[in-house]
Structures are given as structure tokens and as C-alpha cells.
Design a protein. Structure first.
Length: 593
């Protein structure tokens, strides 16, 4: 790939059309394919803006969900390919997009060196030949898609279950698999055996006669063990994992999948040490499974490893790549401050640019029951409070993507819905709870917000395509790392920052990415201990002590690591040790009792 970073998926709408904006420059990005309503509206919007014929796919049409996804991905593939071809036809004249393509590349890129050398040549045949070689070497960024594997709602038609192949995750996968894209599907949020097995139905996930994979699989993982388990499951079906995308458990945006105290540094170290053995084991399983399907392969496919979550400086980017032998890093939340890349409405953008560390917090806002990185004073949170004050907590549930609760109903409903919250609060009132306990439970119930609408609203506001009376309250879920970026940036500025050409964080006090995650985990443990004060079981005490022990071992790992890699005479080493010492003291002060 031309670049050593990618832009991960950002909510439902924030990166829904990011590939249209960056892929022609060789930058890879990921869009969510959960919401087919959003997808259809974006295809309509961009088709109109480019004067391309648009034929709507009705929600009532059989198989509309997968068809909409396929149509949008085909639109992206064709449009971006045409944009890229047009870019390559341009002259190397200052200000042209073709020059921007090369100027965005890292200074270490051989292609960048070739471009700079070409500029020094006098006009003539040699220069033209050089320019042709450069153009032939250019590559588009990947147009990858994300599916939250366990967000897999069962669907009904006229009250009848429509079948396992028509659940939300499987129809999204089908939409991707049947598209023209030569790209990857990023599977996140845990393992779904039904979804993983369904991939066997699509030949694009298997090698062609040249051993190439048209559709690839990327697993977003939090530790080595879960990565290996999932990869083995797929390899036994003849499906190859082309990349492990390691994400920090807490120092990330969106849903937070905390580990049992395992920190990012030690996790990366384990991948580094065990990758070779893992590849041998996986390839044997993969080769055997393919042979049973009548497919022969002797060449082991590549397996990339990347990391994302809280990376904020060029030094951290370079260190992670070099020390852990990684292929790329992911930069997500900072790109929310880059309007030409992501879809953040003007009001929310201004709030983000002026935010501080205290504006970012872990919440129970997600209907999935998974902790969710939240942003204070978002308009959806203000709306939630207003609805509670009016005695009407909860949201009208129109899209129903996150319906997963059958506590009161036969068919699953969403815990953020007005229906569920009314039924739950009614049951709390008859449960004989004390006033304090009732209020505590009431707050937990009403903390949930509608992410289906909230994570799309910003996109509709930015493009001015919100429908009359449509809810435009914005939910946004940046990682805590965004607090250190305090302006609105151009694509050139953010990419320049990633590669160390400029520094957007001059004079900003910011902990190292490893230290920040460590402190987030210590705070997480502290909150978990508080929750157990009135009901401390032996099982929970053992779990919390194990969590604390893992954090202590992580601190020892970092102390050794910093001593190995930092310049002994530098102030940086002293500062890192001081930060570690503070974290260690705070951890040791936590008593699991």
C-alpha cells in the first residue's frame, strides 16, 4: 500500500463516503455497511451531485438490504476508479491532484523519492518516461467495509422469520460479497460462527487460478488468543485472514471492548514473537481445507498486522511500525477534525475542536450493553435529558438495527426504544426497590440512546439532506485521544502530522499512547471495584485481582521497554518513568475488597 496508515470505520455515517474523498490519493479507509437506509441515501446524493443516473431500490423489494449495499459499493468502486484514472491523466503541474498524491506520501517512500527526482529533470523525453513509470506505480487506497459480527438482528416478514441467511450481518456480507469491489471486510465486535461459515458460499473469498483473493478478511481483535481462535475457525473452512487489526481495548472510539487487564504493548509483543509459528499452523489448516474443496495452493498468502487506538504522534506511529514489525497503524478519531475526509456537522465540529479530556468518557449509552465512548454535550444526550424531563424517556425505534432484548416481548426490541424503557420503568416501580436503588436503576435504563439515528444525523446535517421531522440529534463516539487535537485541519495537515512533516500538537501535554491506555485501564478497574462494594463475591474478587495483576505486569513490561528503546540521556526517558511511577502508585492504591 502507498501509505503506512489507514482510516478505520467511524460510526455509521462519519466515514460512509470517506473512500470517495481519499482513495484516489492512495489512502485506505473503512465504511460501515450496517445501515442500508443511510447507504441508499448516500448513493442517491452522490449520484445526483455527479450527474449519474440513480435508480432507487425500494425497502419493500425482496432482498433490498443486500441489493442496496451491493449497489452502493459498486457505485464507489466505479466512481473512485474513474476518479483515479482521471487523476493519473493529469500533468505534473503544481496544484494538480496528481502532485498532491505524491506529496502526501511519507518521505521514506521510494515512490516519493522518485517523484522528487523526476521534478529535478529538465523537460524532455527522459522526464516523460520517468513520469509514465511513476503513474504506473500509483495505487488506489482500499475501499474496505466493516461489519459488527454480533450485530445480527433476526428479520421477519409478515410476522414470519425470514431465515438465517437474511439476518442483518449475513445480508450485509452478501451485499459486499456480490459487489465488484476488490477489497476487505473488517469483522469486529466478536466472533459470529454463523456469519463466518456463510463466507464459504462466495467464491471471491477463495483464491483464483493465480492464488489471488478478490475479497479478503480482516479481523479486528483485542488479543492474540482470540485472534488465533477466530483465524483457525476460518482456516479450517479454507478462508484466510489477510490482516489482524489490533485495537486498544479502551483507548479507541466507538464501543470499548476492555480486555482482562492485558495492555496494548504486551499484546503487540505476543503477536511479534508468535507470528511465524502462527502462520505455519494456519497455512497447514488452510491448505488442507482448500484441498478438500479441490483447490490447490502452494504459496502462503500474506498476513498483515496493524494496530489502532490512541496513536497521536509521528514518533508513536514510527515506533509501533518498527519495533513490533507492523504493516500499518490506524488513525480514526483525529480525522473527525478533517471536514474533507469525514462527515461532522458544523456544530459538532466546533465542539470537538474546543474539547478537553473531561469531555470524553465511557458510558452505558449503547443499546448493545457494551460500554461506549461518549462525548459530553452531544445533542443526542441533551435530547435524552429533555425526553426524561417530559416523562417520555426513550426513542422512537424506526430502524431497529440494535433490537436484541426479549425481556418483555416475543420479538426483540431495542433497549433505547420508548417501548422498552416504558416497560422496564413500569417493572421497576413494582419491584419494591428503595428510592436510591430505583433512581440508580432508572438512570441505567434511560442512559441508552438511539445510535441508529444518532450516528447518521451528522451526515444528513452536513449534506443538508435530512427529511422533514427527521431526528437530527447527533451521537458521536470519538476516542479520548481526540482531546489533544484542538483545531480543524486539512487532509494535508493531518497526513503531514502522521508522517512527522509538521506537528499539530506543539506545546500540548499528552501522555504516551501506552501510558494513556494504562491509565484508562486503572480508572476502569477503579470503577469496577466501586460497583462491587455492596456485593463482593469471591469469583468477582478473584477476577479483579487477576485484572490488577495483569496491569502490574504491563507496567513492568513498559519499564523494561522504555529502558531498551529510549535514549538514556534524553529527558523523554525520565518523563516516561515518572508517568509510569504515577500510574503504578495509583494501581497499588486500589484495594480489591
Amino acid at each position: 500500500m502507498p501509505h503506512s496508515f489507514h482510516i478505520p470505520v467511524l460510526g455509521l455515517g462519519y466515514s460512509i463516503d470517506t473512500p470517495l474523498k481519499v482513495a484516489r490519493y492512495g489512502i485506505s479507509s473503512v465504511l460501515s455497511i450496517v445501515d442500508d437506509e443511510l447507504i441508499e441515501r448516500m448513493r442517491a446524493y452522490h449520484s445526483k451531485s455527479r450527474s449519474i443516473h440513480f435508480e432507487a431500490i425500494s425497502k419493500d423489494e425482496t432482498g433490498s438490504r443486500s441489493k442496496r449495499i451491493t449497489a452502493y459499493l459498486n457505485f464507489l468502486s466505479e466512481t473512485i476508479t474513474n476518479d483515479f484514472k482521471a487523476l493519473k491523466q493529469q500533468d505534473f503541474t503544481a496544484g494538480n491532484d496528481i502532485c498532491r498524491y505524491f506529496e502526501l506520501l511519507p518521505d521514506t517512500s521510494k515512490l516519493k523519492h522518485g517523484y522528487e527526482l523526476m521534478l529535478e529533470y529538465p523537460e524532455g523525453e527522459t522526464k516523460q518516461t520517468f513520469q509514465s513509470l511513476l503513474k504506473n506505480a500509483m495505487r488506489m487506497g482500499a475501499i474496505d467495509v466493516n461489519i459488527m459480527a454480533k450485530v445480527d438482528k433476526m428479520n421477519y416478514v409478515d410476522g414470519e422469520y425470514s431465515g438465517d441467511t437474511n439476518t442483518d450481518a449475513l445480508t450485509a456480507l452478501r451485499g459486499f460479497a456480490e459487489s465488484k469491489l476488490n477489497a476487505s471486510v473488517v469483522l469486529s465486535a466478536g466472533m459470529n460462527p454463523k456469519l463466518y461459515s456463510y463466507m464459504e458460499n462466495f467464491e471471491d473469498f477463495f483464491p483464483d487460478e493465480n492464488g489471488k483473493l478478490k475479497k479478503k478478511i480482516i479481523l479486528k481483535v483485542s488479543d492474540f488468543r482470540s485472534a488465533l481462535i477466530q483465524a483457525k475457525f476460518l482456516a479450517k473452512k479454507g478462508l484466510w485472514v489477510s490482516e489482524f487489526r489490533i485495537e486498544s481495548g479502551l483507548n479507541c472510539g466507538g464501543h470499548a471492548f476492555a480486555t482482562e487487564g492485558y495492555l496494548l504493548g504486551p499484546i503487540l509483543e505476543e503477536f511479534k514473537l508468535k507470528k511465524s509459528d502462527m502462520l505455519i499452523e494456519l497455512f497447514k489448516m488452510y491448505q488442507s481445507a482448500l484441498a478438500q474443496k479441490g483447490i490447490q495452493t502452494e504459496k502462503q498468502p500474506k498476513l498483515r498486522i496493524s494496530v489502532q487506538g490512541g496513536i497521536g504522534t509521528a514518533a508513536e506511529h514510527d515506533f509501533l511500525l518498527q519495533y513490533y514489525n507492523l504493516d500499518a497503524t490506524g488513525w480514526g478519531s483525529p480525522f473527525l477534525l478533517v471536514p474533507e475526509v469525514t462527515n461532522v456537522d458544523a456544530g459538532t465540529l466546533a465542539q470537538l475542536a474546543s474539547s478537553t479530556e473531561n469531555d470524553f468518557y465511557l458510558s452505558g449509552a449503547s443499546p448493545l450493553g457494551i460500554q461506549f465512548n461518549n462525548f459530553k454535550n452531544s445533542t443526542i444526550d441533551l435530547q435524552r435529558s429533555e425526553r426524561i424531563e417530559k416523562g417520555r424517556p426513550g426513542s422512537p425505534c424506526t430502524k431497529k438495527y440494535l433490537c436484541n432484548n426479549t425481556e418483555f416481548t416475543l420479538q426483540a426490541i431495542c433497549t433505547a426504544s420508548r417501548e422498552y424503557q416504558h416497560l422496564k420503568i413500569k417493572s421497576l416501580k413494582t419491584a419494591g426497590l428503595s428510592a436510591d436503588e430505583y433512581q440508580k436503576q432508572f438512570n441505567l435504563v434511560t442512559e441508552k440512546v438511539c445510535l441508529c439515528e444518532g450516528l447518521c444525523a451528522s451526515t444528513y446535517l452536513k449534506y443538508n439532506i435530512a427529511k422533514p421531522k427527521e431526528n437530527t440529534a447527533v451521537a458521536i463516539c470519538p476516542g479520548p485521544n481526540l482531546a489533544y487535537f484542538s483545531d480543524v485541519y486539512s487532509l494535508d495537515e493531518m497526513v503531514g502530522h502522521i508522517y512527522g512533516k509538521i506537528n499539530l500538537l506543539t506545546q500540548v501535554e499528552r501522555p504516551h499512547v501506552f501510558i494513556k491506555e494504562l491509565n484508562l485501564y486503572i480508572d476502569y478497574l477503579q470503577e469496577d471495584i466501586k460497583k462491587q462494594l455492596q456485593n463482593f463475591s469471591d469469583k468477582k474478587r478473584k477476577q479483579l485481582n487477576g485484572f490488577k495483576l495483569q496491569l502490574a505486569e504491563g507496567i513492568n513490561y513498559y519499564k523494561k521497554l522504555f529502558n531498551e528503546v529510549a535514549d538514556q540521556a534524553s529527558g523523554e526517558l525520565k518523563e516516561l518513568y515518572e508517568q509510569l511511577a504515577k500510574s503504578k502508585d495509583k494501581l497499588e492504591g486500589l484495594i480489591v475488597e
